[in-house]
Ligand binder design. Structure first.
Ligand SMILES: [Ca+2]
Ligand SMILES: [Ca+2]
Length: 331
């Protein structure tokens, strides 16, 4: 029993159930923290069921993948597979068109099976964070259960009242992120006051789950194109520009142009240097994202001497260890 005036610990009856079903795979973040990952990389139909100690408002962010070859978007060689996602929390929160959706891997473009091409959009940092701006994303599209055709144990879990959702293209959009912030349910009263003392925000590095210590730079595709964006400081303005699939323009000499890159496997940063196209580039920032999730960000000032370089190799060096090489193109 709690002492009068002392901390009140959460009990098991404070826990709610989360059921998620993805055709074919998903991972779920709640309020910026990884809450659950489908353990099975590929099963045609599977349910992820987890216990949740809720905190409201609750930002739910889901990355879902359809079964699709990363190079062609096809499955089983020559087929275009369809997708679908549904989620319900026992507090009554359900998937619907009130959720946001965005595709980051689409293909085969124009449904061309004979000559399959795919399109990738870099997944933004902190897509899972409560404060992430998804205001420009499309609303999720609802699909009937008969269209998605869920199978297996699906019917033994409670999804009543929830809608199947995806983007507007159930066939070609293969990696989709959904976001929704659930308000505090009416009449909900939080009865516990002790949030605990455990800190698991850095458990990946702490438990040596990822192979440190070389920093890893994320890439958009198998050709090594860097994952990130360009931040252009022009007077009092800060302009964000995408560079995947295009060249970076350095612009007028008064612009300060930064390459913002994402990566992982970042140890505690004691020293950080970088080269772009073999030229030393100032590291304006090297560190973890907030909330911490094992993803690192590197802000590199692009030297103006690189104008006209074309394809340029980027390497960061943290505590004396070189990262893999990624590539950008500079006009
Ligand atoms: Ca598909
Ligand atoms: Ca599928």
């Amino acid at each position: 029993m709690a002492q009068p005036g002392g901390p009140v610990k959460a009990a098991f009856n404070n826990v709610i159930k989360l059921n998620a079903y993805a055709d074919n795979w998903c991972m779920v973040y709640l309020n910026g923290k990884l809450a659950g990952v489908d353990q099975i990389e590929f099963l045609p139909h599977n349910v992820l069921a987890i216990n949740v100690l809720p905190t409201y408002p609750m930002t739910i962010a889901v990355l879902a993948k359809d079964n699709a070859d990363p190079k062609t978007g096809l499955e089983y060689g020559t087929q275009i597979g369809d997708a679908g996602f549904i989620l319900k929390l026992s507090d009554g929160t359900v998937t619907s068109s009130a959720w946001k959706a965005k595709s980051f891997f689409t293909g085969p473009l124009n449904s061309s099976i004979a000559s399959p091409k795919v399109r990738y959009t870099p997944i933004p940092a902190n897509w899972f964070a409560p404060g992430f701006d998804d205001s420009t994303w499309e609303s999720a599209t609802e699909y009937t259960a008969s269209r998605v055709n869920p199978d297996g144990d699906y019917s033994s879990y409670d999804f009543s009242g929830a809608k199947f959702i995806w983007t507007s293209d159930l066939n070609l959009d293969n990696t989709v992120i959904f976001r929704y912030t659930a308000p505090k349910p009416a009449n909900y009263v939080k009865t516990w006051t002790a949030d605990g003392d455990i800190d698991i925000t850095n458990v990946v590095n702490e438990a040596r789950l990822a192979p440190p210590p070389a920093p890893a730079l994320f890439q958009v595709n198998s050709e090594g194109v860097a994952a990130g964006y360009v931040l252009r400081v022009r007077g009092a303005q800060q302009l964000v520009e995408q560079f995947a699939g295009s060249s970076i323009e350095l612009g007028p000499g008064t612009d300060q142009v930064y390459l913002v890159l994402y990566g992982g496997n970042l140890p505690a940063v004691i020293s950080a240097t970088a080269t772009i196209g073999g030229v030393a580039a100032e590291v304006a920032y090297a560190g973890a994202l907030t909330p911490a999730n094992g993803v690192a960000q590197f802000n590199l000032a692009i030297p103006r001497t690189l104008a006209g370089t074309g394809l340029a190799e980027v390497v960061v060096t943290v505590n004396g260890k070189n990262s893999n090489s990624v590539y950008v193109s500079i006009q």
